[in-house]
Design a protein. Structure first.
Lengths: 232, 99
């Protein structure tokens, strides 16, 4: 079962690729720290939240919900399930590749899974990355950036510039735009791109950003499966 | 809200963990045919296109121009990471200029 390579080399390769993303995740972490501090979280609580949930969008929603003062445990649970439902898709797409590293390494790597390093790892798999430690490698600098950013934001709420002023809020879309451009190699790749963009926009109006992103992935996958001919 | 913070944290962490492992675990029981593989390969393309499209739609002129610049720079520089970082510089500059 654990025939696939899982080496320090692969981890290092992932970590190197993860550093540019970690810079933006650090800034995003500062943003979450600022929000958490304004909601009355101290540094300890803010960092604990970032470590336990480890998903910016879900944490922001949770803090907003807690601020209303009417959040029940079930409401919090449900909100995070809905916002993080895209991770179901992320895990499913990684499974055929990652499972070959064996269960402990595979599930351990999933703890470091996020939007940015999922994209990065899927791109690496496409270009032939065999070392399963690559995923954990990309996750390591991102985790450091996320937790240290949260701590800084929560501690220094009044003296920091807003991350928006520096353009960091657009970092993930910029990476997405760059990676999708780099990953389109033939005309047939343009179809999932168009379907993803179109379905995201359509669903966004009806149901908001989280369902829009999930729908984009599902619709692109469905179109590719439908168009697949036995011999490509 | 009467629950203590550790209880809240445990509930939120459980929900996040469930999302992380459930799709992966379910996929273990799906045989990966070439058709399924084609779907898995196309999924990130759809997600990335969706993220980009929403950012363009929600943003203004500065965001649209910066993301268009990223697409162009990726083709020219042949490095998506460099293009993405330059895109952030572009949007920061355009916002600073008041766009």
């Amino acid at each position: 079962m654990s025939g696939a390579p899982f080496s320090l080399d692969g981890f290092r390769r992932g970590a190197r690729d993860g550093v540019p993303l970690a810079v933006s995740i650090f800034a995003y972490g500062v943003g979450f720290g600022l929000v958490a501090a304004q909601a009355g979280f101290g540094v300890g609580k803010a960092v604990a939240t970032s470590a336990a949930i480890y998903s910016g969008s879900a944490q922001l929603a949770a803090v907003n919900l807690l601020q209303t003062g009417q959040a029940t445990l079930w409401a919090l649970f449900a909100a995070i399930l809905v916002i993080n439902a895209r991770y179901l898709l992320f895990g499913a797409t990684l499974q055929p590749w990652l499972w070959q590293a064996g269960p402990i390494r595979a599930y351990g790597s999933l703890l470091l899974l996020g939007d940015a390093n999922w994209l990065m790892t899927m791109r690496a798999i496409r270009t032939g990355e065999e070392d399963r430690a690559y995923l954990a490698g990309t996750g390591a600098p991102i985790a450091v950036g996320w937790l240290s950013g949260t701590a800084l934001g929560a501690a220094a709420v009044s003296v920091l510039p807003r991350p928006e002023a520096l353009g960091f809020d657009l970092m993930l879309p910029c990476f997405a735009a760059g990676m999708v451009t780099g990953m389109v190699h033939s005309r047939i790749d343009l179809l999932p791109v168009a379907v993803g963009a179109g379905s995201a926009l359509a669903v966004f109006h009806l149901a908001g950003p989280a369902p829009a992103i999930i729908t984009a992935g599902l619709a692109a996958g469905a179109v590719a499966a439908l168009l697949h001919r036995g011999e490509a | 809200m009467t629950d203590s913070f550790p209880v809240l944290l445990a509930v939120m962490a459980a929900a996040a963990l469930l999302c992380r492992v459930a799709g992966f675990t379910l996929m273990r029981f799906v045989p990966v045919s070439p058709r399924v593989e084609a779907a898995l390969r196309a999924t990130p393309l759809g997600v990335m296109a969706g993220i980009t499209a929403l950012a363009v739609q929600r943003g203004g002129l500065a965001e649209g121009l910066a993301l268009a610049a990223v697409v162009g720079l990726t083709l020219v520089l042949r490095s998506d990471v460099a293009a993405a970082l330059l895109g952030v510089v572009v949007v920061a500059g355009l916002r600073w200029a008041g766009l």
